[in-house]
Design a protein around this ligand. Structure first.
Ligand code: 13P
Ligand code: SF4
Length: 384
């Protein structure tokens, strides 16, 4: 671990490093107590003291107590663009998860500092693809003679070194709001796509939006030799899907859809594309968090909606649209535990530290990784 000029830890992340190994070593100094009644006032005061020097980004899955301090809220695509569009902000405080803060660091200038209020805010899906595993996979594709016709595309929910891998190998990044366009782009450059790390977003986009058959999609399991695939299976596949998934969206089942339809006549089922294929095919609408919000905005008063995505957002949608009936798709409630790591005490601590001249929990991606990851991110940002 290196240190900043203030003597506080600086977490340098990049190719070959484990972005989570040093998590939990955060909060030098006092983390405010969650029961401190002055927390809201403290956050307000620290943010006001920082003025235009700080820009706070908030992902839609963040808690209400945090989202109230966001200068802009959005899905991961919108937040990446917003970060890139703030060259004057000295500090970007990212209320989201680790891979999003890394992307913000890659897309912002050298003098800007990106801060993640709690370093334990990771993403279990992003952790399902490590750089070494992806290199091993690429070697298997080379051995099968198909690497030259395969374009790697990684979901935003991946570490910076996986994004850099895609940049180096002629590929791109995508998010849940532009996956179709990214795949169109990829198939215009190659015969096959290696899609990382979310098999569900890859399959749902390829099959439901682009008309590929399920047989044209194979799943590469990084824990089995050659991904558990024969050379023939690799040769016949168009989509090679990494065996990764979101543990939150993976909870929704086809039975949840049947159950809610039986309980609420006329309900519209609206899900995120990280849900399983069997769930998405039963739903009425599918799209990114930004799409989900737009759909609810446009919905007629009195209509009923069962939403299959993270609970903080679903609860907020219920509050935003009291004239519509909004319910969680599953009967068992479930938050994204890592998104929830960013709470008001951590935000207050980060803002007060910055106001006192201490840069804490800075997320920094090394130069080479930044270069190649930016190539892949820029390809995404340039999609028509
Ligand atoms: P969005 O791309 O819709 O922001 O989703 C990000 C995410 O982490 C979903 O689980
Ligand atoms: Fe990762 Fe799923 Fe949480 Fe999104 S909801 S940050 S994909 S674990």
């Amino acid at each position: 671990m290196t240190t900043t000029e203030t003597g506080l830890p600086l977490f340098v992340l990049g190719r070959g490093t484990d972005p989570h190994s040093e998590r939990g070593v955060d909060c030098p100094g006092e983390l405010p107590s969650a029961s401190d009644p002055a927390l809201v006032e403290r956050a307000r005061r620290a943010k006001a003291a920082l003025g235009d020097r700080v820009f706070v980004l908030g992902h839609h899955y963040q808690r209400d107590e945090v989202i109230q301090f966001a200068d802009v809220t959005g899905d991961s695509f919108k937040l990446a663009r917003e970060a890139a569009a703030r060259p004057d902000a000295e500090y970007i405080v990212f209320c989201g998860v680790h891979f999003m803060a890394e992307s913000a660091d890659i897309l912002t200038g050298d003098s800007q500092r990106v801060v993640l209020p709690d370093l334990a805010a990771g993403c279990s899906m992003a952790d399902m693809a490590t750089f070494d595993q992806v290199e091993e996979c690429w070697e298997a594709l080379e051995d099968a003679g198909i690497a030259g016709v395969t374009v790697p595309v990684t979901y935003m929910n991946s570490s910076a070194d996986i994004k850099a891998f895609c940049g180096r190998n002629g590929g791109a990044v995508c998010t849940s709001s532009n996956a179709r366009r990214a795949l169109d782009w990829a198939f215009s450059r190659g015969e096959k796509v290696l899609f990382l790390p979310d098999q569900h977003l890859g399959r749902n986009t390829a099959v439901l939006e682009m008309g590929l058959s399920l047989d044209e999609c194979v799943v590469y399991n990084p824990h089995r030799p050659n991904g558990g695939l024969t050379a023939e299976q690799l040769a016949n596949a168009k989509m090679i899907l990494w065996k990764g998934h979101c543990s939150v969206h993976g909870r929704f089942t086809p039975e949840c859809v049947d159950d809610v339809r039986a309980r609420i006549p006329g309900v519209n089922v609206l899900v995120h594309p990280e849900c399983r294929h069997e769930v998405v095919t039963k739903a009425d609408h599918v799209g990114s968090t930004e799409y989900i919000i737009k759909k609810l905005e446009e919905a007629p008063a009195g209509s009923s909606w069962a939403v299959g995505t993270e609970l903080n957002l679903v609860k907020r949608l219920g509050q935003m649209f009291p004239d519509k009936h909004v319910t969680f798709l599953d009967r068992t409630v479930c938050y994204c535990s890592t998104m929830n790591r960013i709470d008001l005490p951590h935000l207050v601590w980060a803002l007060e530290s910055l106001a006192a001249g201490q840069v804490v929990n800075q997320i920094t991606v090394d130069e080479d990784t930044t270069h190649w990851a930016k190539v892949a991110l820029d390809r995404m940002l340039a999609l028509p």
